[in-house]
Ligand binder design. Structure first.
Ligand code: COA
Length: 258
């Protein structure tokens, strides 16, 4: 474990916090390993239903620790799974919802990881920058594909080629963010959303996430896949609970499902 990664479990929500403020929460190999472990063990743990990824000290993260990078340059996809790859693999691989709460700076992989979260909140003082080309490096972990798909190519190039800094308003306008909050309201907003998601039917939540993660495909094919899932879920105990609760005019209780 790394002292710079704080992990807290509360009401079915696992919060993973980057906590190295004197180095702007720059991520080292040990930090990636600890964060990956928290995601992997949370994925396997039925009591964990939702993840929150956050920073500390008014910073999300200044990205990869540059000294660490130089000491041990990772080769992604080379088969030996360096810690940064293990972390991103765990993030992309989890079937549970992931909420990011960004306060202050998000740089480099601090932005890249947001592209693979389900909900992204940012405080009004958040800012976003991917200075890969400025550092004579290239985009990473799918961002060269996902950003043009999210924002359009010429808007993605503002981050990935020009290296501009986006403020929270720009993040919201482009679709990087779900919502922007006051600084003091960020953690509470993320936790309220996480608790709300933790209370929902986990199988249905997994289905929604898996569908949204699928690559683009023929729309008729997609409708068939959704239709099959929908029909399966209509037969599920989760749906029985939802429908019964509706008829009994009570809140559904999905606590027994995993
Ligand atoms: N890797 C390693 N150390 C980092 C770091 C990083 N990505 N980002 C910040 N730090 C360290 C600084 O070296 C400094 O350490 P020191 O106090 O021992 O000298 C400390 O964090 C504070 O940073 P500093 O630059 O003094 O703060 P600032 O408020 O003037 O600037 C940043 C903050 C984040 C804008 C600036 O540090 C920066 O540009 N960092 C690099 C970000 C980056 O390019 N990340 C992408 C990596 S792929």
């Amino acid at each position: 474990m790394s002292e710079f990664i704080l992990v807290d479990d509360n009401d079915g929500v696992r919060t993973i916090r980057f906590n190295r403020p004197d180095k702007k929460n720059a991520l080292t190999r040990a930090m990636y390993s600890a964060a990956a472990e928290a995601l992997e063990s949370g994925q396997a743990d039925k009591s964990v239903r939702v993840f929150i990824i956050a920073g500390a000290g008014g910073i999300f993260t200044a990205g990869n620790d540059i000294v660490d990078f130089m000491e041990s340059p990772p080769r992604i996809g080379g088969g030996d799974m360096p810690p940064v790859e293990r972390f991103m693999h765990a993030l992309l691989g989890t079937t549970k919802p992931v909420i990011a709460a960004v306060d202050g700076l998000a740089i480099g992989i601090g932005v890249t990881m947001l592209l693979h979260c389900d909900i992204v909140y940012a405080s009004k003082r958040a800012s976003f920058k991917t200075p890969f080309v400025d550092l004579a490096l290239a985009p990473e972990f799918g961002s060269s594909q996902v950003m043009p798909a999210f924002f359009g190519r010429v808007v993605a190039a503002d981050l990935l080629m020009l290296g501009s800094t986006w403020n929270a308003d720009r993040g919201l306008q482009t679709g990087l963010l779900t919502d922007v909050t006051d600084v003091d309201a960020l953690d509470e907003t993320a936790m309220a959303a996480a608790r709300s998601m933790a209370d929902k039917a986990p199988g249905a939540m997994r289905a929604a996430k898996a569908l949204m993660q699928r690559p683009p495909e023929d729309l008729v094919e997609r409708i068939k896949i959704e239709g099959t899932l929908f029909a399966d879920l209509l037969q599920s105990e989760e749906f029985t609970e939802a429908a019964t609760a509706f008829m009994e005019r009570r809140k559904p209780n999905f606590a027994k499902f995993d």
